[in-house]
Write a protein that binds this ligand. Structure first.
Ligand code: SAM
Length: 275
């Protein structure tokens, strides 16, 4: 694969099944995080969004830090030993299973994404601790039944044990017309009591001018990107009990750094537990 900042679109070579003529969220996010698995079309949209929100790279980093804090706390405090991570993205260290298995090596993680480039890298890089397991499913959040019935998931999970369901920076890629609330409800209903749901979601609540401009840059390039209000995000949790501190700006969800600016990253974040 030939890529990197200097490559021109015409010289880039993609893995089979990867269309480098249209921007893709996994590769744009990889670009913001400093990864190498992105193409000129992704960097073009990524840069246009950074023009709108200059601190976007910082925000992507804050979102990743939330993944680490959630994995740690769900393993330590809630006793979760199996995670279903939908919208995994291109592997970025430490990955969820690495954080969880550093505390409880027997933890099992099933990753789900619908982007072929994620599949290429995930299979190679998501290596589990030998005491646990990590699996990868190529599937779509818009079809929860296909995820829940996948043989790799059934082989990896004990279906009567609680699951940590993580939907991190993915729901904004589903339009309201796809009814993402119904899709998440279908997943919630399938999980046993004691399961936990962690979500981050970008919002225009903190800085409408910047976020509206970034959304316009993405949708202008043909992508689906929806910023949602705190109320709209809270509905993804249904009647599950929110864990402390509730649905808050991502940086202020149990921050490791007490001096972090709570509203500098424009994401809502929260974790809830099934009664
Ligand atoms: C912005 S990345 C987030 C990656 C990771 N969860 C994180 O926050 O660090 C969004 C990911 O969701 C995936 N995705 C988007 N729509 C999806 C869908 N309908 N079903 C499954 N995965 C999807 C993309 O391919 C991409 O890898």
């Amino acid at each position: 694969m030939e890529q990197g900042k200097g490559s021109s679109p015409s010289r880039e070579v993609a893995p089979p099944g990867v269309n480098i003529n249209v921007p893709h969220s996994a590769r744009i996010y990889d670009y913001w995080l400093g990864g190498k698995d992105n193409f000129a079309v992704d960097r073009g949209v990524g840069d246009a969004m950074i023009q709108a929100i200059p601190s976007l790279r910082y925000m992507a980093g804050e979102n990743r830090k939330f993944v680490h804090r959630v994995a740690r706390d769900l393993v330590r405090e809630q006793g979760i030993r199996q995670f279903l991570d939908i919208g995994t993205g291109i592997p970025t260290r430490p990955n969820l299973h690495e954080v969880a298995q550093a505390i409880a090596p027997e933890t099992r993680v099933v990753y789900v994404d619908n982007d072929p480039i994620v599949l290429v890298h995930a299979r190679a890089l998501m290596l589990s601790h030998p005491a646990g397991r990590s699996e990868y499913i190529s599937a779509d959040l818009r079809d929860p039944a296909s995820i829940l019935s996948d043989q790799a998931l059934l082989d990896t999970f004990n279906v009567s044990e609680p699951v940590g369901l993580t939907l991190i920076a993915i729901l904004m890629l589903l339009a309201d017309e796809d009814d993402p609330w119904a899709k998440v409800a279908e997943l919630r209903d399938a999980l046993p009591s004691g399961s936990c749901l962690a979500i981050t979601h970008p919002t225009a609540d903190f800085n409408p001018t910047e976020v509206d401009a970034a959304v316009a840059a993405a949708t202008g390039a043909g992508m689906t990107l929806v910023a949602r209000t705190q109320e709209a995000v809270s509905r993804f949790f249904g009647d599950w009990e929110m864990l402390e501190p509730g649905l808050v700006p991502v940086s202020s969800w149990r921050p490791d750094d007490p001096d972090v600016d709570p509203k500098a990253a424009y994401y809502w974040a929260g974790v809830a537990r099934k009664p």
